[in-house]
Design a protein around this ligand. Sequence first.
Ligand code: A3P
Length: 321
Amino acid sequence: IAGTEEHDRKAIDELIASLPQSKGQGFPCRCLYQNFWCPVFVLPNVIAFQRHFEAKHKDIILASQPKSGTTWLKALVFSIVNRSRFGISNTPMLTCNPHDLIPFFEFQLYGSKMRPDLDSLAEPRLFATHIPYPSLPESIKQSKCRIIYICRNPLDAMVSSWHFLLKKARSEDQPEWSLEEQFEAYGQGKFSYGPFWEQMLGYWKESLERPHKVLFLKYEDLMEDIVENLKKVAEFLGLPFTKEEEEGGVIEEIAKMCSLKTLKDIEVNKSGKIPLVIEFEKRSFFRKGEVGDWVNHLTPSMVDHLNSIMQEKISPFGLQF
Ligand code: A3P
């Protein structure tokens, strides 16, 4: 096997060298693989995931673009699925970051091993990914496993990732990454796992065609009515809240436990790093959590430009922000 992996590594290096590349100052190089911009250092993991992952019917997969509410969704889904095992006083979220509880395929699981042992994990297995729908392994598409996608207004997601990369994730020796550069890469579709419109539409279309397979959520909707959305998620997962749970305030408890304020204040999320191929400060995943923070950062012409991209690429498919 070692020989095979060495051979794979060489083939992957050759593949990377043959792909179009996009370099950003202060940001890792990305290559255009299967029509999405994949950070070069993540590509070997993506390929291992595509080749080796075998989905099971009960699997639950959370999908998103970076900075769209992934951490929040992980906390919520973990709480819904495990609500009969753990209460608010003993939830593992008090001692683990949501990214430890629901790992990403392409960063954590296939990061250090080509074939991690996932068969022994308790069911339902919970996983996450930023990879676009068309590039998911066939076994995910063919099996009865469920996918929950969270989407966020690209204006806010863009500003959020700029903060994340500039202020929190950048190492001292890297040059600064300006909002203008970020805006340009984003608008050209060259930001990680994008073009953002393609990534959203892949899951959006699948959610319309196979609503039992893909549940499409919006960050803004969760902000507006968390209770209704938690009910929707629980029903989609085949784990609807009982009348007793509803009357007993279980949904509100989960919402409160997973709120930005609560998670931000838990000791485990205040310090330390989480290895997602690159190491990120745990606290960098919790910032403002507001809808419309873009007004504080983007110029009117930046807003017009991104809005016109959305108008052209996303709106015709019935997806609005
Ligand atoms: P802001 O930078 O706009 O504050 P991701 O989890 O996909 O990396 O997304 C991070 C964004 O979600 C950040 O947005 C972060 O503050 C926000 N966020 C993290 N946890 C949250 C929670 N529990 N509720 C609402 N928003 C949350």
